[in-house]
Design a protein around this ligand. Structure first.
Ligand code: ADP
Ligand code: MG
Length: 140
């Protein structure tokens, strides 16, 4: 398995609920290393750009509104098979369908307020990391 990097967001429901540390503990317990991290408040344009792939979906407007409703913590995670590993520990998009012990089963309230984002491919991870971090902010 190759060492990869993936992009993560701790979403506004989770920063509001003070779950940043709890989520980070689960990330580290899974063997992923947090090699970059910052807490930021997105503007509407940031959320629209990040989720542009979902622009035509019926939930898009609520999604971008939610993503600017409070601070987010953006992260780069590094480790073996990081993209898939993080998707596995995040759990299903809908927390009601997420396996027990996953981040979303533990912390998320609903499909729209589901605590975390993780890249779904190596290609998208590269794109999302570049969009959110300068190279010198990532220290592996
Ligand atoms: P994931 O975050 O698991 O990769 P998607 O990429 O399909 O899921 O969707 C992006 C985000 O949009 C989800 O995490 C969730 O916050 C929101 N979302 C997806 N589907 C719905 C839906 N049916 N209703 C409301 N929000 C949704
Ligand atoms: Mg996705």
């Amino acid at each position: 398995m190759a060492i990869e990097r993936t992009f993560s967001i701790i979403k506004p429901d989770a920063t509001k609920g003070n779950h940043t540390g709890g989520i980070n503990a689960m990330i580290e317990a899974a063997g992923l290393r947090i090699v970059a991290q910052k807490r930021v408040k997105w503007k509407l344009a940031d959320a629209k750009k990040f989720y542009a792939v979902h622009a035509k979906r019926p939930f898009f407007k609520d999604l971008v509104k939610f993503m600017v409703s409070g601070p987010v913590v953006v992260q780069v995670l590094e480790g073996n098979d990081a993209v898939k590993k993080y998707r596995d520990i995040m759990g299903a998009t809908n927390p009601k369908e997420a396996a027990a012990g996953t981040i979303r089963a533990t912390f998320a309230k609903s499909i729209d307020e589901n605590s975390v984002h993780g890249s779904d491919s190596i290609e998208n991870a590269k794109k999302e990391i570049k969009q959110n971090f300068k190279a010198k902010e990532i220290v592996g």
